[in-house]
Design a protein around this ligand. Sequence first.
Ligand code: GLV
Length: 396
Amino acid sequence: MNRLSRSVQAPRVLNIEDLRRRAKRRLPRVVFDYIDGGAEDESTLRANCRAFEAMTLRPRCAVSTPVCDLRATVLGASLSVPLILAPVGSCRLMFPRGEEAAARAAGEAGIICTLSTLSGCRIEDVAAASGGPVWYQLYLIGGRECALSGIDRARTSGFSALVVTIDTPVAGFRERDLRNGAKELLSGKLGQTLPFVNQLLVRPRWLAALLADGGLMKFENVVIPGKGPMLYADVTAALEQSVVTWEDLKWIRQAWNRPIVIKGIHTAEDARRAVDVGADALVVSNHGGRQLDGVAPTLRILPEVVTAVGDRVEVLLDGGIRRGSDIAKALCLGARAVMAGRAYAYGLGAAGGAGVARAIEILRSDLVRTLKLLGCASVVELDATYVDVPRDWLSK
Ligand code: GLV
């Protein structure tokens, strides 16, 4: 076991918050805050986590469950844990070949990894690293031609589902990124860079690793016709060009004949619309509180969406997953599985693939313990009888 792997083992790292602290120590502020931060006052970011705290568990005691079955099936793929790595942009800034490291850890753990359009590793390399099912997340950055070529590469490389994110008509106002000079650091102009550059210099190990990995990543999967991979842009600028509309979903549906997952569902109305345009699964998601601040936490919206779509499509949830008990709570309210972004990005920032593997292992072992304490032998048996939901959640 190397130094980085050792650094994330127990008792130093027992939970996701421990990985977060370690990521904060290894990464420059501009990179750590990109993972950790949200939009505006970050109230939705906090609310996503608090919703899990507000929902309480109802265990069945004096029940022995020596073996707990965590397996779940999502869009026909069998997962060892009802957990999927959410798309996270710019992973290659967090650790050398970050997206490949995350996909490898997911594949080894028997779960799905979702690759963001805004990634630094090539679609083909990520598929090869995973060795298991992988999903490709689509933004329309670079325009339709670029998107079609990304879709084509994802199909050829064996990606099994396309995840279309629909909550980015504009980038959320991420004040941490602005204060840290994310844009200025990329300007290439000394005068603009200088006030912000110190945060990189005080992380020499991270900087050396970045340089050894080829320096600043490019968006390898946004290939501009006649120009090649798009140069790295601050994510705010990239998201400005990323909007997807219901109209786009028509040609995307035509271009991709495998399952489509629509991510960014906040209401029953949009859930029904997503089913109408041909989605096979939905993700109840507010982009981890990074887009419209002030929207309701995802756990609270979940029952409304599950009721709206019935069993016509599979429903997933992301936002605020930090403990295995959070996964159990989401499943109790009807999610088939959850997606987690920050939980593994902290691990990646702390220790690369070893940190991602540790994040998955923490959530897995938490979930086993939670099931045993609940007196429930299998994740598929989790239902509303195992939880109490705050009264005001039931208004819709
Ligand atoms: C990218 O999707 C981001 O939220 O930064």
